[in-house]
Design a binder for this molecule. Structure first.
Ligand code: ZN
Length: 415
């Protein structure tokens, strides 16, 4: 009798054949794209049959009480917190549960172009604030979607209750159509190029994956970037690559349901548990900045999974909703943050942090090209609760080399 993992393995082996065929077709499509270093945007129109359930998703932002109705005193409890349900964005299109991912290994065209215009990113390295280290470019061209999926932030489960639980995200996702150019975010040496099966159970969650060890160190530590679920690999182990060099095409290899790049930044070790928030490394867009901070309790312990809202005051930006990091992800060595809201146009915002029914408010200003950092402490001790993990998480304890993977996380492209 087959146990579920065995059955899963057989399905995956069928899928491996599909993947091989797919890769072959893809290679044919990509081989005419010139040498690495050029940056065309190959597409696979013949394979771009979009499943009905992979429609573009738009996030309906909730109307919130006007910030003016909330007291501005630091750490003051807010009586009228938004209703719990109103904190969550409502997707119009629902993706697939991660456990269903292997049944849906289908090409997905994804968005043909960025849904929203964004300015070009700043040149790197950029460190206007002494603790900033925006040393990496974007992994995707400016004429494609080079900003991440807002409803699956680093350190969070998906922000869509109907889909949860996913794995706590250890990277950022960039939905794009099959074959969209993936570029090295900085110079370095390719130390892995190929499928990356879990050493624990052999499941190729990440799919075709490139890992780059960068030429420089930070805080005396090596820094790596990982590019997962690619359609095709255009570099090999041992290759040296420059920033902006074409290394792969966006795909849906591994355990995913839709075409996207999963990017991780790893500091100190090439290890899943060493993942850090890419938003603190990727250069902001010109005129845009980053909000980060630390939300801790009366003993200085980080508060996990607290609701965060960032509401623009005089900026034409939708409300951003996410949570403080789950305990399974690590903070930046310098910032020691437990939340980051990246890609905010410079301007004034209201930051709301909610835990145990109490909301804390800060008025913050985002400055171009740098990080605004907010430290908020509660007057009580916070007791974290255990986080449910999806089925595939049984094989992952986040302690082994690449043992775990968020590859089961399969967001549908957001519009
Ligand atoms: Zn991801």
């Amino acid at each position: 009798m087959l146990n579920p993992h065995r059955r899963r393995g057989m399905l995956l082996s069928h899928l491996s054949w599909l993947a091989l065929l797919f890769t072959w077709v893809s290679a044919a499509a990509l081989s005419g794209c010139g040498p690495a270093g050029a940056q065309p945007t190959p597409t696979l129109s013949a394979l771009a049959s979009i499943p009905e359930n992979a429609t573009a998703t738009s996030i309906a932002m909730t109307q919130l009480p006007p910030p003016d109705n909330l007291p501005a005193e630091p750490n003051e409890a807010v009586a009228a917190t938004p209703e719990p349900g109103s904190l969550i964005p409502t997707p119009e299109g629902i993706g697939l549960r991660p456990t269903q991912a292997y049944q849906q290994f289908v090409p997905d065209a994804g968005p043909a172009a960025p849904a929203e215009w964004r300015p070009p990113p700043y040149d790197v390295p950029l460190s206007l604030h002494p603790d900033d280290h925006y040393w990496m470019g974007r992994p995707l061209p400016s004429n494609r979607r080079n900003y991440d999926l807002p409803w699956y932030p680093f350190g969070n489960d998906v922000m869509i209750p109907a889909l949860a639980p996913y794995r706590i995200h250890h990277g950022n996702d960039f939905p794009n159509e099959q074959g969209t150019s993936i570029m090295a975010v900085s110079s370095g040496t390719v130390i892995h190029a190929g499928p990356m099966p879990s050493p624990r159970n052999g499941v190729n969650y990440y799919g075709n994956t490139v890992v780059i060890l960068h030429d420089w160190q930070w805080q005396g530590k090596d820094v790596y970037t990982l590019y997962a679920h690619t359609l095709e690999l255009l570099v090999a182990e041992g290759d040296h690559v420059e920033k902006g060099q074409l290394i792969a095409g966006v795909g849906s290899s591994g355990e995913v349901t839709s075409s996207h790049l999963h990017l991780e930044v790893r500091v100190g070790r090439n290890d899943y548990a060493a993942a850090r928030n890419p938003a603190l490394w990727l250069a902001p867009y010109e005129g845009w900045g980053t909000l980060a901070g630390r939300f801790s309790d009366s003993r200085g312990r980080l508060i996990t999974d607290a609701d965060i809202q960032v509401i623009p005051v005089d900026v034409d930006t939708p409300v951003r909703t996410q949570r403080t990091y789950n305990r399974v992800v690590g903070s930046d060595e310098v910032w020691r943050e437990n939340f980051v809201v990246g890609d905010l146009p410079a301007g004034r915002y209201t930051l709301l942090l909610s835990v145990n029914g109490i909301t804390y408010r800060r008025d913050v200003t985002i400055h171009p090209g740098q990080t605004t950092f907010e430290i908020v402490s509660t007057r009580f001790e916070f007791m974290p609760t255990a986080t449910p993990q999806p089925e595939a998480g049984q094989d992952a304890d986040n302690s082994g080399e690449n043992a775990a993977d968020e590859g089961t996380a399969t967001p549908t492209p957001e519009s």
